[in-house]
Write a new protein. Structure first.
Length: 156
């Protein structure tokens, strides 16, 4: 009995890190997170994974929240001469049966004009807007600077 209680306690101890995962129909939103920016930062990036377990594709159209003046979908692209630049995306396709990662060095949520500090440990409410699934309420966890991106949690 004591072993079962310890096992249950160990499982629960890990649960808060993923408590903000959300399922909306066939979509699973996995670990939306923002690495904590410097207190005076005016921009930051958000990361997450989106798993589509359905038979139909979907498309992420926008992210909304009141913690930044502008929230956009971006991709980081590196030119042949090694120069990285961010490009705005009108949407991100979520193919049926696949998981799409928004992570460092690739597609991500760009937060510009932060309206206040994003302290480590905070949870920031936002809305993901999908073509088929509609509006999905999530919370971005403010992780330690340099923390693992959403793709590292996609198996959870």
């Amino acid at each position: 009995m004591k072993r079962a209680i310890l096992f249950a306690a160990a499982l629960l101890a890990g649960a808060p890190a993923f408590a903000h995962d959300v399922t909306a129909g066939d979509l699973q939103i996995i670990h939306p997170a923002i690495p904590a920016p410097a207190p005076a930062a005016k921009s930051a990036a958000g990361y997450l994974a989106i798993r589509n377990e359905g038979a139909e594709p979907d498309r992420l159209l926008a992210v909304e929240g009141d913690f930044a003046e502008r929230i956009m979908l971006h991709i980081t692209e590196v030119s042949a001469d090694g120069v990285a630049r961010m490009t705005h995306l009108d949407g991100i396709d979520i193919p049926a049966g696949e998981t799409v990662l928004l992570e460092r060095g690739g597609m991500h949520v760009m937060l510009m004009g932060l309206t206040g500090p994003l302290p480590e440990g905070a949870h920031v409410p936002a809305t993901l807007v999908f073509e088929r699934a509609g509006r999905v309420e999530v919370e971005f966890a403010v992780d330690p600077p340099g923390a693992a991106a959403a793709g590292d949690h996609a198996g959870h």
